[in-house]
Design a protein around this ligand. Sequence first.
Ligand SMILES: [Zn+2]
Length: 259
Amino acid sequence: MPALVDDGAPGSLVLPDGRSIEFAIRYSTRARSARLRVGAREGLVVVVPAGLQRERVNLLVASKRDWIATKLDDIEAIRHLIPKVSPARPQAFDLPALAETWRVEYREMRRASVGAKTDQPGRIVVFGAISDVDACHAALRRWLARRAAEALPPWLERVAAQCGQQPAAVAIKNQRTRWGSCAASGRISLNCKLLFLPRELVRYVMVHELCHLVEPNHSHRFWAQVRRSEGTADHLHGQMRDAWKHVPPWAQRGSGTAL
Ligand SMILES: [Zn+2]
C-alpha cells in the first residue's frame, strides 16, 4: 500500500488578497504532522497524517494563508525562468524488431509544418516548427511508417516463403488496435508500430496473418496451421496480449490525427 494517498478532491482557500486557489491534499501513513509545500508546477500541496479530518486540514491551511501567498508570489516572479513542461519529445528510441537505436535531433526552422528525415544512420532530424510537440510526434509517426514500409514487406516475403504462402499485396498502416489484418483479397496490412516489438513477435504476427490467407477465421484449423508454421505460436500469442506496452506514447496515434 502506498504511503501517500491522494483522495482526489482538492481543497480550496481564499488568500488575503482575495485570490482563490485550489490545493491538493495527500494523506500519508508516515506523516506525523502536516506539511505544506508550494511548487511551480504542482502549486500548493498539503501532506497530512492519514485520517486527519477535512475541517482540520482546512483550518490548518487557512492559518498559513500569509505564508502561502508569499510563496506563490515568489514563484510567480520567477515563473518565466522555469522551462515549460510539455509532453516529452523523444530524444532517442529503439526499434527492437530491426535491432536499431535512433537518436532524434530537433532543428527550429521558419516554416509552418514539421518534417522528419533520416539524417545519417541512427540519427533522425525533426525540423520546422518544432515547438509544436504534437506536430513533432506526427512527423515521427510518418517517419516510422516510412521505415516500416522499407523493412516489413521484404521481411513478410521471407516469412511467406517459409510458410509456403504468397500475399497478394502488403500495406503498412498505423492502426490503433490491430497489429495486422488480412483482407479477403489476399492483401495483408501490417501496423508500423510492429517495429517496437521483439523480432519473434513481429514474425508471429506475420505468420498469423499469412495463415489467414488459407483460413480467414480463428477456427481450430486456423490455429493448427499457425502452429505448423510457428512452433511456439501459443506462447507468442500470449505475449501479444500486452505487446502495446512496447509502444512509446508519441507513436500512439491520437484521435483525429493521421498516421
Ligand atoms: Zn487473426
